[in-house]
Design a protein. Structure first.
Length: 339
């Protein structure tokens, strides 16, 4: 019995160190109930905290959560983490999810609240989910409920900020993000989210140089995050009008992780560089090299046209690609053609 209590205390101290000395009452309850199951839950939570698009991490977390629920079908924290897992599994990009992928997340989070109605952290996650589902009034109610119940996890501030951003209250959202960076948190994913939020708010407020500095701060904190490199690449191309910087950051993104959105952004930048160089006889060969790399990276010019025609800086790209497609006819070759 004594050893059992010691193991519980050691785990509590470990969690307190991770959670900046605040521990959810629900965590304490389930830790006391079964330290072994809680350890698996904590492993799954850390896997999801460290997720950056890796499918294998979702699979490992799924395996741990399944083991928990096989032993205890009323384990509320496991259902909450499944809510997170389903969100991640359906993720396409910041504003997009696979059709229908968020419904299982809602069911899982609501199940956790059915088991533990005072689970404040589940309401925090529910607010995030409803924001992603564009059910903003319900998101606000969920976050207010979390505040009433009491929680100090950083995601409460971050999910409020996300909702405020959707409602175009950028200055209030900025204050929520800055609260986390100023207070600090040992949750690296949350801190990175706060940095990203500050960058985005500078962008929305048209403080473009500050937004660029924001991306640099994000990468100082998370230098191996492919999504951040890819987002920076997109920002440099479509907002900051720096095609060379965009290419450099885009290449870095897909070196770290070969993912679709990263390839698309890099492709847009490479086609743009081609369009800028192709009509100068002195740079024809160089232009061809950029085109070849663009084609190898993203051989779908119609999608690139659709994107690049929306921005003044890249209209040259859509115009050049439209002209190229017309010259080649309606068919499209499998290999990069000679210009």
């Amino acid at each position: 019995m004594f050893k059992y209590l010691i193991s519980i205390l050691l785990m509590i101290f470990s969690i307190m160190a991770i959670a900046n000395e605040w521990v959810s009452p629900i965590d304490k309850k389930y830790l006391s109930k079964d330290p072994e199951l809680f350890s698996k839950f904590d492993q799954a939570r850390e896997l999801l905290n460290s997720w950056g698009g890796q499918r294998e991490k979702l699979k490992k977390a799924d395996g741990l959560l399944r083991e928990i629920l096989e032993k205890d079908a009323e384990y509320a924290p496991a259902y909450r983490e499944y809510g997170r897992l389903y969100i991640m599994a359906g993720y396409v990009n910041y504003n997009s999810f696979k059709e229908g992928s968020l419904n299982p997340s809602e069911a899982s989070i609501l199940k956790s609240l059915e088991i533990d109605p005072d689970y404040a952290d589940s309401y925090v996650l529910l607010g995030h989910l409803y924001t992603k589902m564009k059910r903003y009034d319900e998101a606000q109610k969920a976050l207010q409920k979390a505040e009433e119940l009491g929680t100090e996890i950083p995601w409460l501030q971050l999910n409020w900020a996300d909702l405020l951003k959707k409602r175009r209250d950028y200055k209030s959202a900025m204050q929520r993000y800055q609260y986390i960076t100023q207070k600090g948190t040992s949750n690296r994913k949350a801190y990175a989210n706060a940095l990203s939020g500050i960058t985005t708010m500078h962008w929305y407020l048209k403080e473009y140089d500050e937004a660029k500095k924001g991306y640099q701060k994000e990468l100082e904190y998370s230098p191996n995050d492919a999504w951040t490199w890819g987002n920076y690449s997109s920002y440099l191309l479509f907002t900051y009008k720096d095609v060379d910087g965009s290419i450099e950051k885009g290449r870095k993104a897909i070196q770290i992780m070969d993912y679709g959105m990263g390839r698309f952004t890099l492709g847009c930048a490479l086609y743009t560089k081609w369009a800028m160089l192709k009509d100068n006889p002195a740079t024809t060969l160089q232009a061809q090299q950029y085109f070849d790399e663009a084609w190898a990276t993203y051989p779908y010019p119609e999608k690139v046209i659709e994107k690049t025609q929306k921005y003044s800086y890249t209209k040259v790209t859509s115009a050049a690609l439209n002209k190229w497609l017309t010259s080649k006819g309606t068919g499209r070759s499998k290999a990069a053609p000679v210009l």
